[in-house]
Design a protein around this ligand. Structure first.
Ligand SMILES: [Zn+2]
Length: 421
């Protein structure tokens, strides 16, 4: 599937891969990183919650690459699944049309926010064969007939996996509760274990289906989709798996189990972005309070301001978006731009601090505090430093790591900072 246009990222000089600390106890020492990030199910316009998740992994890729790591980045699009079909039926449009329009909107949001494109952007529909082949290779699967549909579904047996539960650390009670709430079918009669996840859904009247080769005709389950796409496009199991924190269970737990069943015993590092609410409530379509990136941009908000507003929160924290977030970010952008014009001193030291903040679990709020201090004239200075060089150093770092160009226009994809200094 076609990705979006990646912004230019200036090179930061590095000698050896810098270790990047992630999460409570993760560190990325390897040079080669295989990153898999769970993409959108294209049934709902892309709101700030989605944007914050993909911005998190944009920050991660920028930080890893700037530190000398080679990153292969794969992101999927779940362009066939129950929520997409249900929404399409509800609003009376073809599911393919709904998916295409939502994917287009997502691409334009990502471009406007200068979010790095993955190396491979892959849809479920174009990956049906990969999923079928993965299911065929897996042990510990079983078929369950649906007499009314005259079709068979295929499930994975969680009781056969000794390490099941390792990703979430949830108790069985928690698992059962969350599984039911997040698309699972614990009540389905005939399953070996209530938690067994669906690998392949046999053909149903009125639903799209594809050739399942040795399986019956049907369509893929969600967790196996990510395991199969990741394996194929990364050339093995991922070293880092990312997504919103609502994917911890069952999605990431099940995908990890599937990868083991496909022969990969090494655990990935799971990294989750927090959830975003709106002024004290959950952000949801049903509450009618979705804040859309596309709407903000339409209203004339500079995408760099949206980006700064989101970077003001640590990726792992849940937070509530308020309109004041935008005001604060807008003031910040203006202050930083003014400081560039004024050739504020302390750019080189501030660039180092920003870099350190990012390698310390992507601490973007701390990176912004360092920029605030610099803009206010409170940054430590290098005695005898060349002001133009110092400013250039800081502009390059802010562009490379935070994805913000402080001189060009709001929609520039290639930073013109240094040329215009
Ligand atoms: Zn996924």
């Amino acid at each position: 599937m076609e990705s979006w246009r990646s912004p230019h990222v200036p090179d930061l000089a590095h000698e050896a891969p810098a270790p990047v600390r992630l999460g409570p106890d993760g560190e990325i020492p390897e040079t080669q990183v295989r990153l898999y990030v769970c993409g959108i199910t294209p049934y709902d316009a892309t709101h700030l919650g989605h944007a914050a998740t993909y911005l998190t992994f944009d920050s991660l890729v920028r930080t890893l690459r700037a530190g000398g790591h080679e990153v292969t980045y794969v992101q999927n699009v779940t362009d066939i699944d129950d929520p997409l079909l249900e929404r399409a039926e509800k609003i009376g449009v073809d599911w393919r049309e709904l998916a295409t329009s939502q994917i287009d909107l997502f691409r334009s949001d990502m471009t406007n926010l200068r979010v790095l494109a993955p190396d491979h952007y892959v849809g479920a529909v174009e990956s049906i064969d990969l999923v079928v082949q993965a299911v065929e290779r897996m042990g510990d699967t079983y078929r369950l007939a649906d007499a009314a549909a005259g079709s068979d579904d295929v499930y994975a047996d969680v009781s056969a996996d000794e390490r099941f539960g390792e990703v979430s650390g949830f108790s069985r009670e928690e698992m059962l509760d969350v599984f039911a709430k997040r698309g699972g079918d614990p009540e389905r009669a005939g399953k070996r274990d209530a938690l067994d996840p669906l690998l392949w859904r046999g053909k149903r009247e009125g639903e799209p289906d594809w050739d399942g080769q040795s399986l019956v005709a049907g369509r893929p389950g969600w967790h196996i989709e990510c395991a199969a796409i990741g394996e194929h496009y990364l050339g093995g199991a991922p070293t880092i798996v990312g997504g919103g924190s609502d994917l911890l269970f069952p999605h990431h737990e099940m995908s990890a189990m599937h990868l083991r069943s496909m022969g990969y015993e090494d655990s990935a590092l799971y990294l989750h972005a927090g959830m975003i609410g709106y002024e004290g409530e959950k952000m949801s379509k049903s509450l009618g309070n979705l804040v859309l990136v596309s709407k903000l941009v339409e209203q004339g908000v500079d995408p760099r301001v949206v980006r700064l507003a989101m970077l003001d929160h640590h990726y792992a924290d849940d937070h509530h978006w308020t309109d004041a977030d935008l005001e604060r970010a807008s003031e910040r952008l203006a202050a930083y731009q003014q400081a560039v014009k004024d050739r504020r001193e302390g750019g080189a030291m501030t660039a180092l601090v920003v870099h350190d903040c990012m390698t310390d679990d992507l601490d973007t709020p701390a990176a912004l505090w360092a920029l605030d201090a610099w803009a206010a004239g409170d940054a430590p200075r290098v005695a005898g430093g060349d002001q133009r060089e110092e400013i250039a150093d800081l502009l390059t770092t802010v562009d490379a790591l935070l994805g913000i160009c402080l001189i060009g226009g709001p929609f520039d994809t290639a930073c013109g900072c240094l040329e215009s200094l």
